[in-house]
Design a protein around this ligand. Structure first.
Ligand code: DAH
Length: 329
């Protein structure tokens, strides 16, 4: 049979099948028989490829026209049988009805607080840095002036991967990476996850987030650090938020302090961060001249800031993915 006849035959039988078709199931069968992956039209196109070059232009056009014709007729029938899906031919649709409200996602509260913290510090010239969550003992402890067997190691219960590799217990490890990789001046913050092998309770979780800050240059001072952190507290918790610096101890800073802010609702001071002037030993460890350079550092827990800001009483809520909790932010 010539190709012309085959085409005619397929065209005729398609239209007759279509006009006899009354159900969407039959229609789907027609689609498969003619327009499907192994359907008659597809086979025609396969045959077309084998034609001699001189015949290709003519049949190419005929086949394309045929395919469009059948597809259009098919879609029309689909609209008739299935008005809800068709749309255009459906006179019963009321386009003035309000649309369905699709559920919207939102940023996790920790992500919201992190972005807020980043933009506060970026507004006063800090850049954002990143560092490894799995690190060696040297960067997480030793270079930060916490030698092996030093009692300060007990401040942070550590997950060890092997005797020399830890899940970082704080973002302070990034201080060392930053200083190893660049010369002063440094003015960076780093946000990220930290891990501690602690009993899980409403106030501590095995995983949480911190923001670390590091400023190194030839002139920074404790006064500048106070000014920086006062600015942060005002931006984060509102103008007039009462805060205090309390002397403290961290091996990597000297002198060190902790900052508390006054919580009006609970009527008590709440600790939000640790800070201090970078210990000269730390500067020496990274090869900086500690006679020439000095700086300050600070570190805070993001969950803690979020808990104070939003009045959340249990840290575990951040990690349970309960929509009833997440939808409130
Ligand atoms: N790394 C400390 C911790 O996790 C927090 C900290 C205190 C960071 C003082 C600092 C700092 O940079 O100067 O408890």
């Amino acid at each position: 049979m010539s190709l012309d006849n085959t085409i005619k035959e397929i065209q005729t039988s398609f239209h007759s099948d279509l006009s006899n078709c009354n159900t969407t199931t039959d229609l789907e069968n027609i689609r498969i028989t003619y327009l499907g992956r192994k359907g008659k039209i597809t086979i025609l196109f396969d045959d077309f490829v084998k034609l001699p070059g001189s015949e290709k232009p003519k049949y190419g056009k005929t086949l394309n026209v045929l395919k469009i014709e059948l597809t259009t007729a098919f879609n029309q029938k689909l609209n008739e049988l299935n008005p809800d899906k068709g749309g255009s031919n459906d006179s019963s649709a009321d386009f003035s009805l309000p649309g369905y409200d699709l559920p919207k996602g939102s940023l996790h509260p920790l992500e919201q607080i992190t972005s807020e913290i980043k933009s506060i510090f970026q507004s006063i010239g800090f850049s954002v840095a990143y560092g490894p969550e799995i690190d060696d003992d040297y960067h997480n402890f030793e270079a930060l002036n916490v030698p092996k067997h030093h009692p300060a190691r007990d401040m942070q219960d550590t997950f060890f991967i092997d005797p020399n590799t830890v899940l970082r217990t704080h973002t302070s490890n990034v201080q060392i990476h930053l200083m190893e990789n660049q010369d002063p001046p440094i003015r960076h913050i780093c946000c990220g996850r930290v891990f501690r092998n602690e009993a899980v309770s409403y106030k501590s979780f095995c995983l949480f987030n911190q923001v670390e800050g590091l400023v190194i240059n030839e002139s920074s001072s404790f006064a500048e650090m106070k000014g920086t952190l006062e600015y942060f507290v005002e931006e984060m918790f509102g103008k007039g938020t009462k805060m205090r610096f309390r002397p403290s101890y961290f091996p990597f800073t000297e002198p060190s302090a902790e900052v508390d802010i006054w919580n009006d609702k609970l009527n008590q001071w709440m600790e939000i961060l640790g800070c201090g002037m970078v210990n000269p030993n730390v500067l020496t460890n990274v090869g900086y001249d500690n006679k020439k350079y000095q700086g300050f550092a600070f570190g805070m827990g993001i969950e803690r800031i979020a808990m104070i800001k939003y009045g959340i009483k249990d840290i575990r809520l951040f990690y349970q993915n309960d929509k009833r909790f997440l939808e409130q932010f």
